[in-house]
Design a protein around this ligand. Sequence first.
Ligand code: BGP
Length: 474
Amino acid sequence: KLDQFPNDFLWGSASAAYQVEGAWNEDGKGPSVWDNFVRIPGKTFKGTDGNVAVDHYHRYKEDVALMAEMGLKAYRFSVSWSRIFPAGKGEINEAGIQFYENLIDELLRHQIEPIVTLYHWDLPQALQDEYGGWESREIIEDFNNYCVALFERFKDKVNYWVTLNEQNVFISHGYEQASHPPGVRDRKRMYEANHIANLANAKAIQSFRQIILNGKIGPSFAYGPAYAYTSNPEDVLAAENAEDFNSHWWLDVYGWGEYPKTVWKYLEKYDLAPTMEAGDEALLKAGKPDFMGVNYYQTATFTASPLDEEFVNAKENHDGKKGNFVENGNAGLFKRKRNEALETTNWDWEIDPTGLRIGLRRITSRYGLPVLVTENGLGEFDKLEENDVINDDYRIEYIRKHIEQLQAAIADGVDLLGYCTWSFTDLLSWLNGYQKRYGFVYVDRDELNEKELRRIRKKSFYWYKDVIWSNGDR
Ligand code: BGP
């Protein structure tokens, strides 16, 4: 028999400010890089934006009431930096911070543990304009001041904090694939910005230690454990390369304060290594987290790639029509292959519950840290049927299988703090619009009737309620 989930296990759900709040220019909020990026033609699916999103800013009470009805133990949400400091720094915008205080109070009133993400990609545009955002070391101080303002204000109310959400995603999409702001394609600049983000992350954790005595803090990493395509040693090596370049490059810095030597060596060879200044190494070492936050959606399978291989930028699947799997990679190191043992979603994401167990085990044995699953879920088209019924059995199936693997991981020795599904209500998918839905609660915006945005419980809502009620019985 498998071990049980701990009694204080955080059965949760997650969201991010830009994807749910709307109210993009209300109560003194300054513009973020995402407010502007979505306005560039062709960047998002049919030009969708988060101006209104699902209007959580005005409807948070209704949303929290639904969470309470479900019995949710934890709600992970992010704070929008430019609500607190409209220009990224300076005077606190009281109306902005008050919104989060109201949300936190509402959660606590219902015994729901708030998990606060400090940065989920919506950088104040002012800092991008002033000094290039993550490309300048000035951001370390500004990010720290912003974090400290939140630590000070909420230290008696919030026990769980997430620093940067998916640094690996916002950095590589922002500076290599140009699919996120600032829309740059330049690997040299990417590695530099990434190093600065690491320093900012460590500095915020260091400040946290001075202010908050009982809380826990850690980053959220988008972890896609690497598999070898075959048992051919060349493929096994390719998978190790991919694990180093795509995961350890960040995880080792969080967990150990050190960059993996293999990657560093390669970057030096190609003159891509970031600038190490005096004090950087010590700061990285001082930023050790209390837990590793893991956003898990899929694994990735790799084969060897010859040095002269050229990767075409294949069309990415943002419209939910299968068949656009992208075989990208790094010439001479690895190339991603479609894993034929796995089914995919309509957006070509491979479905692999066992991969979650594998990933959690790898993190546990490498870093020995507790883990918090900060995101996991299924993005699908949902159908609103007559009498407000949404039969999302596929989502129940998906989450059920992942919870099974969580329990197995606990039995394997993983110290698992909780599980946050992505997401509670439906919300904006950054590049895929509103039709790629993840929630337990359907948000009716098909006719883009932004005043209605009715919340409707899906079948999975009732199912997850039972899971929580029984502490993990499926
Ligand atoms: C993660 C992000 C989330 C969320 C999720 C689903 O990378 O942290 O913000 O968007 O992925 O991704 P998508 O919306 O692309 O389906």
